[in-house]
Design a protein around this ligand. Sequence first.
Ligand SMILES: Cc1cc2nc3c(=O)[nH]c(=O)nc-3n(C[C@H](O)[C@H](O)[C@H](O)COP(=O)(O)OP(=O)(O)OC[C@H]3O[C@@H](n4cnc5c(N)ncnc54)[C@H](O)[C@@H]3O)c2cc1C
Length: 296
Amino acid sequence: MADTKIIDYEFSYNKAAHLNDALRHLQEKGTRILAGGTDLIVRIKTDVEKPTGIIDISDVEELQSFVIDGKVEIGAAVKLSSILKVPVIRERYMGLYEAIDSIGAVQIRNLATLAGNLCNASPGADSAPPLLTLEASVEVASLEGENVEKRVVPLREFFTGPGKTILKSDELVTKIIIPSIDSDSGSAFKKISRVKLDIAKISCAVYLVAEGQIMRDIRIAVGAASAKPKRAESLERELKGKKFEQGLLEEKANLINKDISPITDIRSTEEYRRNVAPVLVRDTIELAWKRAKGAE
Ligand SMILES: Cc1cc2nc3c(=O)[nH]c(=O)nc-3n(C[C@H](O)[C@H](O)[C@H](O)COP(=O)(O)OP(=O)(O)OC[C@H]3O[C@@H](n4cnc5c(N)ncnc54)[C@H](O)[C@@H]3O)c2cc1C
């Protein structure tokens, strides 16, 4: 198996203790960041990447923070399994919880990070759809001389294509920022994959705010169905402000196909993805609605 291949070339490896060290190493040409390594090491072993240096950020002090204060801020070195242990995530951010819980198996989640999942920029990255519906941003840092410069980028502007983001080679994501959510909101994530431990054939996340029987706000995002994870804005426009009714969902769900541009690849076909998308979206909306109404 290609995956068991020994890495047979020399590269430098450094473990940074502080953000400054990490950013300094990142200025060296050919250096890649390693957070959990669950994507990077596979890419190196399968010859997709051949970095000349690796800077390990897993122990960087400034990237370990987890702040919940209305908004949620998750440091770039926080492991997925640690996020799942935070009660507020399970209680209030169910869509995000379900997405993280679906990433690989416990061994992967004990190593992998949310920032790594986003920076790898797979169109099927499971954490991207719920984070897009939560209107999350990433904080990005780089070194300007001796000073650390930071900027905040909305996640909807972060992905530029399969495996591609707006990050420059000397930039590092320091944290993911999730704005506060409405108390009458509910969210859900669903994914279809060949076997449980696999990347999605297609996935969907929904964040919904209920006011009586009205969907006051609805945000829908789909993964593995376009060149990058994205919001389904046409369908959102058709549903926002409308009464929640099965008939309406049946009628409108097909519009999801206007928002996506699936391809045929090793995991699925364009036809399958187009056929299953309306059903997946409908089921995810129903679940988010139940949660917003406190029924789940
Ligand atoms: C067996 C297996 C099953 C998997 N199952 C799933 C799945 O079901 N769903 C899913 O979405 N993914 C899955 N993955 C992929 C992977 O586990 C996730 O994408 C994971 O979240 C990556 O995080 P990491 O910390 O390991 O990233 P790493 O491998 O360390 O890094 C990934 C990429 O992001 C860059 N990077 C990392 N951190 C930063 C940062 N802070 N700033 C800038 N760049 C950064 C790295 O340089 C690299 O290019 C699976 C992988 C394996 C091996």
